[in-house]
Design a protein around this ligand. Sequence first.
Ligand SMILES: NC(=O)c1ccc[n+]([C@@H]2O[C@H](COP(=O)([O-])OP(=O)(O)OC[C@H]3O[C@@H](n4cnc5c(N)ncnc54)[C@H](OP(=O)(O)O)[C@@H]3O)[C@@H](O)[C@H]2O)c1
Length: 299
Amino acid sequence: MADPIKKVAVIGASGNLGKEIVQELLKAGFEVTAFAREDSQSKFPPNVTVKRVDYQSVDSLTSALKGLDAVVSAIATVAIGSQTPLVDAAISAKVRRFIPSEFGINTRIAGGTAIGNILQGKVKTLDYIIGKSQENPWFTWTGISSGIFFDWGLQFGSVGFDKRTKTATIYDSGDEPVQASNLPFLGRVVAAVLSQPEKTANQYLSVASFNPSQNQILKIVEAKTGEKWKVEHASTAEQEKIGLEKLSKGDYSAFSNLLRHRIYADGAKRAVEGEDNAIGLLGLQEEDLAATVEKWLDE
Ligand SMILES: NC(=O)c1ccc[n+]([C@@H]2O[C@H](COP(=O)([O-])OP(=O)(O)OC[C@H]3O[C@@H](n4cnc5c(N)ncnc54)[C@H](OP(=O)(O)O)[C@@H]3O)[C@@H](O)[C@H]2O)c1
């Protein structure tokens, strides 16, 4: 039996996802070291060790990682490429597990698509990690696909529901189930992965708090508010067209349009249900969709 993982570095620990991962790791009893850029103004909880690092310097990263068991990266999308020196440093420092900043669509099956091309930084990083793990079998990895950030997406409008104007944007029929995860749930997923290092070594896991369709969400918001919401219908084919046009001009805001097509199109089949949802392997439960939506409405 391998030694348990106890000491964990969280990269991007001040971010939307990073701060939830820190909280859930602390609750699960891990010792957490938060990494931040040298010029970062980020604040961290008192029971966390903070290291300001230069993400370009393998030497600086190696000394910061010495004595730690695992790296969890929740670094910002724009900084995905800076994980390669981190991987090299993790190996030099003998860190045993690396969880890269994936946390979205399953990048292992998006190859050859326009959205897959936008996510090349994530794909290349994980390919690099897998190569290093094959050379150094003690160095292991876990990839985590989460689908959409659901609680965050409700708050920031990316799930298509606006509680201020009581408007829903429904793509195609609105009946397609979609892989979706709440941020604290993802923190618990990371804790469960690190608590079971043998079971989760060298695996790409897809998880979901639940797999709601947009019409299910609409039903919940209307029941809770006691009002009919204004529904604006949109087509995912149109979203794809807009996304491809933007991409041809080098405009990477195409991602949101292409994502809507990828996940909401009728028959897209991006839900992660039954045995495909790794919560079973991790010993976690699905979450309550209505409770999540109602909490957002109450806030
Ligand atoms: N599935 C979804 O719906 C969804 C939505 C959003 C994001 N994501 C994914 O989730 C992961 C984390 O995203 P997030 O939104 O939580 O990240 P975020 O909040 O945008 O950023 C996380 C942290 O990264 C650090 N950072 C920012 N810019 C950086 C730079 N240029 N170089 C180095 N560090 C930088 C910052 O920490 P310091 O200032 O402390 O250094 C920041 O707090 C990413 O892989 C992203 O693609 C998924």
